[in-house]
Design a protein around this ligand. Sequence first.
Ligand code: GCU
Length: 404
Amino acid sequence: MSDPSQATWTATQEAIAKAESGHWKNINYVEERVPPYTLPELMRFQDGTPVKTPEQWTRRRQEILELFQDQLYGFSPEPPKDMHFETVDIDASAMDGNATRKLIDIHLGKSPGAPVIHLVIFIPNKRTKPAPAFLLICNRDKNNIDPTRAVKSDFWPAEQLVNRDYAAAAFFNGDVAPDKYDGFTTGIHAYLQKPEERKPNSWGTIAAWAWGASRVMDYFETDPDIDDKKCAVTGHSRGGKTALWCGALDQRWALTISNCSGCSGAALARRHFGESLSVIQNAFKHWFCQNYRAYIDKEEDLPFDQHWLVALVAPRAVYISSADEDLWADPRGEWLALLNAAPAWKLLGRNGLDEGTAMPPLNKPLKGDGMAYHIRTGEHNYKVFDWMAHADFADAEFNRNQDA
Ligand code: GCU
């Protein structure tokens, strides 16, 4: 497939040189070396029949979902019947009186050893209605989501979200499952299933973290201070892959945001640009189900590409963001996955993005109907610029100006 966009962003020579001097060798960071490729058709059932109506899309969506469950992330279990929420603390004068801080423990079961998600939420005090919320799946040090606010990190600008009348919520992904390969002998995997009973399509760690975010949505549905119809799930890098899978699966999220998610997140695999399926699965094999290993060095054999994953979010809102120096994550591949998912929005009555739309230039968020993208100056990270652009899009999507 040729790139339909007239590129307005291109990687700088400095960024390419820096990427090439990195740890991994034989990785392509040069656009001209992307091989010709054909993306699997989104709007055709696996048997070749075209998908032409919203009703057919409902069935197609299920088909795509099952492929990603079976071949990439693994199947996740139902929520445990005995999970429950415990309000650990409520502080109505947090953030100098601007917010109410709630600390909620989500017990993922009653048996000994049940993992607990320690959720922190800051809810704006200045509001007359339930607050729309952003949930960060935090894949970095817990200090980044410090409930005391002694540490304030750009990775989670909670004060700025609260100032914009959003509730800021976050949890540490390690509360659900550790970020290491241990044979799935710990965390939620071991709690719900004996490691020896695992199948080639049993859930990996990204699926477990995404499942954890859905348990937070279960909680949001019970909290009258949160407008659960206007909630965004977001994450960066491995957290961005997780947020995308969560928003794809769980239709309760009104907005799905994926920042610098790269390989096995938003980036198209067939471009062979940046991180490969070989590198990611050798370094992080716990992230995926075992079946995914069949595609190592065989990206062309994948039954899907990542634009199908993005399309699972339709017609709800999606925002993909990239960083200029983050060639490992293939910014253009992330953009193209978004653009090639647009037919799903069109079929479901939203404009999405028009075919052939050009990748926007640096620092100029592009907002379509239900779909948005930006590429920011700088490194692989989640920055205030990203958050504020995401909040601008949420404002528009949630019609905040109309119902403020
Ligand atoms: C590694 C990995 C990426 C991942 C990133 C992160 O670089 O190769 O796939 O996105 O870590 O989570 O920061």
